[in-house]
Design a protein around this ligand. Structure first.
Ligand code: IPM
Ligand code: MN
Length: 381
């Protein structure tokens, strides 16, 4: 099978983390005998500097002609003063629209080995495995009219809008994912205040009728924000609109121990898009200290959803777990960064070793080899 993948490294730590993701991806595709080609294109701030626009046409064309797109991050402080439509972030939003993926899957796992990286007590986060399904093409991010009006008093406005088909299609993705997991969907809205949320709730409930084996609950977004910290283990799949999903997916990073751990896949459109949840982190860019695991886990999702290579995806996920179990940590997971104040935590288990972005990538790559060798040896007996 031939796979053509477009890489959009973007800004800040984007090039560093995507570099490691591509390294791991190449290794796994090789192992499974896949023929893959990679092509890099600019997006975000680098594209603004080179071409004056955050999303050059050639980038869109290359993405549309590939089977999957792997993106690093966009944005940087030097672009803060640009008008909204010209910022690096607007390039990403335009790309999402062009690719057409409306369901953004954001898994959050609490790995036992890095439980101490979360400020939440280990007994609370233990075993947490949540999939946030964020609607990605609608709501207040794209609703019209929007703008800033100059009058005697300046004012700004945005529009939150959802149609029934937009809600139905993302709800189906959530129920489908739940069928493969623990068969529970939590639909998050603000139906006590917003009409869009009332329509959201009704529509999700109706779609849920087609999935009787999946348990459905409705929770207000404010209550959900709290329950994610107090009882994260009570969630399986969360489905929610664009802005709520953006906010809640950063919140669950607290459970995973670092935003650098989180991966995402955007599916349902013409070409699927894979990107870590974290941003461009300009403060640490270029220093080789960023955590590439979110980007590497996004590459695993690419294998699962765009290459039909479930086993390869699992190999990467197992490799990530092994590397963490062995005590390897990027700076964001290191004792100085994490909540190591809890007595004894940092002493427990294996010694921790702080590694660079590239070392972490190499460790995962070699662990993938170990994982697959072991599986082959096991099947050979
Ligand atoms: C994310 C980011 C983006 C978003 C920004 C960079 C436009 O925060 O992917 O979560 O808000 O969707
Ligand atoms: Mn975000």
């Amino acid at each position: 099978m031939k796979l053509h993948i477009t890489i959009l490294p973007g800004d800040g730590v984007g090039p560093e983390v995507t570099g490691e993701a591509v390294r791991v991806l190449r290794t796994v595709l090789d192992l499974y005998g896949y023929d893959a080609s990679f092509e890099e294109h600019p997006i975000g701030g680098v594209a603004i500097r080179q071409f004056g626009v955050p999303l050059p046409e050639a980038t869109v064309r290359a993405c549309m002609n590939s089977q999957a797109v792997l993106l690093g991050a966009v944005g940087g402080p030097e672009f803060d003063s640009l008008p909204a439509g010209q910022k690096p972030e607007s390039g990403l939003l335009a790309l999402r629209q062009a690719l057409g993926g409306y369901a953004n899957l954001r898994p959050a796992i609490a790995y036992g080995a890095i439980a101490e990286c979360s400020p939440v007590r280990p007994e609370i986060i233990k075993g947490t495995d949540i999939l946030i399904v964020r609607e990605l093409l609608g709501g207040i991010y794209f609703g019209e009219p929007r703008g800033i009006s100059d009058g005697p008093v300046s004012a700004a406005h945005n529009t939150m809008r959802y149609s029934v088909p937009e809600i139905e299609r993302v709800a189906r993705v959530a129920f489908y994912q739940a069928q493969k997991r623990h068969r529970k969907v939590t639909s998050v809205d603000k139906a006590n205040v917003l009409e869009t949320s009332q329509l959201w709730r009704q529509t999700v409930a109706r779609v849920g009728g087609d999935y009787p084996e999946v348990k459905l609950e409705h929770v207000y977004v404010d209550a959900c924000a709290m329950r994610l910290i107090t009882h994260p283990g009570s969630f399986d799949v969360i489905v929610t609109e664009n802005l709520f999903g953006d906010i809640l997916s950063d919140e669950v990073a607290v459970i995973s121990g670092s935003l650098g751990m989180l991966a995402s896949a955007t599916i349902g459109g013409k070409v699927d898009l894979y990107e870590p949840v974290h941003g461009s982190a300009p403060d640490i860019a270029g220093r080789g200290v960023a955590n590439p695991l979110g980007a590497i886990a996004s590459a695993a999702m690419l294998l699962r959803h765009s290459a039909g290579l479930e086993q390869g995806a699992r190999d990467i996920e197992d490799a990530i777990r092994e590397v963490l179990d062995a005590g390897h940590r990027t700076a964001d997971l290191s004792p100085q960064h994490s909540n190591s104040g809890r007595a004894g935590d940092s002493q427990r288990g294996r010694a921790k070793r702080v590694v660079s972005t590239a070392e972490m990538g190499a460790l995962v790559e070699s662990a993938v080899g170990d994982v697959t060798d072991r599986r082959r040896a096991y099947h050979a007996v």
